[in-house]
Ligand binder design. Structure first.
Ligand code: SF4
Length: 201
C-alpha cells in the first residue's frame, strides 16, 4: 500500500465503525499512523449519531489510534441540503454531504499539519466511489499542499475484510446511510416489502 509521497501520518475521516474498522487495521498493519476524525453532521437522529460515534471511539481505543471528535452541526447540514430532500441516494444531496464532511476534514488537516487525508466513505458498496473522490479532491484543493488520498479500499479483498471485521468486533450495523431522508427511504423500502395487512400497522 503506497500513500502519497510515502506519507505515514494520515488523517482518516471515519463515517462509522463497520466502514472504518478494516481500514484502520490495514493502515496500522502497513506501518501507517492514522488519526481518526469523526465529523458526520448528516447522521439523524442525534441518538443514532451518538451510537455510531461510540462504536468508532471504542474501535479507536482498541486499536490505540488518536480520535478527534468534531461538531455535530446538524442545523448547517440541513441548511446546505435544503431543496434536495427528495434526491435519490448517490444523487446531488450525497455530493453536497460528502463535500461538507470532507471540507471540514481538509480544514482540520491543514490546521494540524497533516499533509494527507482520506475517508472510509468510499468502501461501502452503497456509495459512488467517484463521487466521494471528487468531493475529497475538491476539499484538498482549497488548502495549499494538502493531498486527498483516493485509495480504493474495496480492492484487494477490502470489501470482504470489512464484513469480517464488522462481525468479529460485533460493531453496531445501521440499516440506513445516515440522514433523515435515507432513514425515511429505508423505512419506506422495508414497508413496501411487507404484506399489506402488516404494513398498515
Ligand atoms: S444518503 Fe447518505 S451520503 Fe447521501 S445525503 Fe444522506 S447521509 Fe449523506
Amino acid at each position: 500500500m503506497q500513500t502519497p509521497h510515502n506519507e505515514k501520518k494520515i488523517l482518516l475521516h471515519c463515517c462509522c465503525a463497520p466502514c472504518s474498522g478494516s481500514i484502520i487495521r490495514r493502515m496500522v498493519g502497513e506501518g501507517i499512523d492514522p488519526t481518526v476524525y469523526f465529523y458526520n453532521p448528516n447522521i439523524y437522529p442525534r441518538e443514532e449519531y451518538e451510537r455510531r460515534k461510540r462504536e468508532v471511539v471504542r474501535d479507536a481505543q482498541k486499536m490505540k489510534v488518536p480520535f478527534v471528535d468534531a461538531d455535530h452541526d446538524a442545523d448547517l447540514w440541513f441548511e446546505k441540503t435544503r431543496g434536495h430532500e427528495e434526491d435519490a441516494e448517490r444523487g446531488e444531496r450525497c455530493g453536497m454531504c460528502f463535500e461538507m464532511r470532507l471540507g471540514k476534514t481538509a480544514a482540520y488537516a491543514a490546521e494540524h499539519e497533516f499533509k494527507v487525508f482520506t475517508t472510509s466513505l468510499g468502501i461501502s458498496r452503497w456509495k459512488d466511489p467517484e463521487q466521494v473522490t471528487r468531493a475529497g479532491k475538491r476539499a484538498a484543493s482549497l488548502f495549499s499542499g494538502l493531498i486527498y488520498w483516493d485509495y480504493n479500499w474495496r480492492l484487494h479483498g477490502g470489501q470482504e475484510q470489512m464484513e469480517r471485521i464488522s462481525r468479529e468486533e460485533n460493531f453496531y450495523r445501521q440499516r440506513y446511510c445516515g440522514c433523515l431522508y435515507s432513514r425515511r427511504d429505508s423505512i419506506q423500502r422495508h414497508l413496501s416489502k411487507l404484506p399489506q395487512d402488516q404494513s398498515a400497522r
